[in-house]
Design a protein around this ligand. Sequence first.
Ligand SMILES: [Zn+2]
Ligand SMILES: [Zn+2]
Length: 283
Amino acid sequence: MNVLLTRRFRFSASHRYWVPAWSEEKNLQVFGPTTRDHGHNYTVFVTLSGPVDPVTGMVVNLSDVRRWVDPIIEELDHRRLDRDIPFFRDHLPTTENIARYLWDRIASLLPEGLQLAGVRVVEGEDLMASVGVAPFMDSARFSFERPLQPGVMMLGRRYRFSASHAMRVKEWDEEKNLQVYGKCSRPGGHGHDYILEVYIAGEVDPETGQLEDVRNLDQAVQRVLEMVDHRRLDQDVPYFRDRVASSENLLLFFYGELSKTLSHLAGLRLWETENNVVELWNR
Ligand SMILES: [Zn+2]
Ligand SMILES: [Zn+2]
């Protein structure tokens, strides 16, 4: 039985998005402010899969992993990616292309019996691309490792909103609501700072290096978040007039709304608090 093992790496680098074959106007229209020089802190999660060695008790020695991967990361660290790294001279240094690049470099180094299960690149805090394993945004919140189809690329983006609700079934009396939902049923309501993670799967456009235009994604999600942000869910949002404003129903609401505009929606994860999370995936 194979075990998945993940090691985190970090680097910082700068870039800009610019397709030389396009006019300045088209570049500005597609990439907006990312046409200007700017930089990010990147976090890379490399997930390896293999059997546990009966003698060492390890899938792989982490010092070997560092010996293979550190030099590849070192090449990117404190560089201008689209000028200093040959691969990114003809592939835009998008999060998706960085993930693909690292996947190819690392996969070619691994010894027999050890498989590369996933490479996940997080740009800043709220944008990530992942090849091979379903993503999580950071290590502060617990995560779910979930192998995808080999080579499948996912893009994930994190959004925040705040809302209040009371968990109540309208047909029930006070006592029954209190019995089932406890203090969450208090009629005055209470609120949460929610985090919504939106995941898109599919093909990367070879010209833009993007799976989905992040600004389009933001627009699509903000349209939906506008319906719930800083609102009392069970009173102000029509969808919840005849449904309990639970995280599960909120997740289904987001899925229904986002599916209308995001054709490659792969999954959603909704954090009500850092102790409660619900998620759903297409596959
Ligand atoms: Zn950038
Ligand atoms: Zn609540």
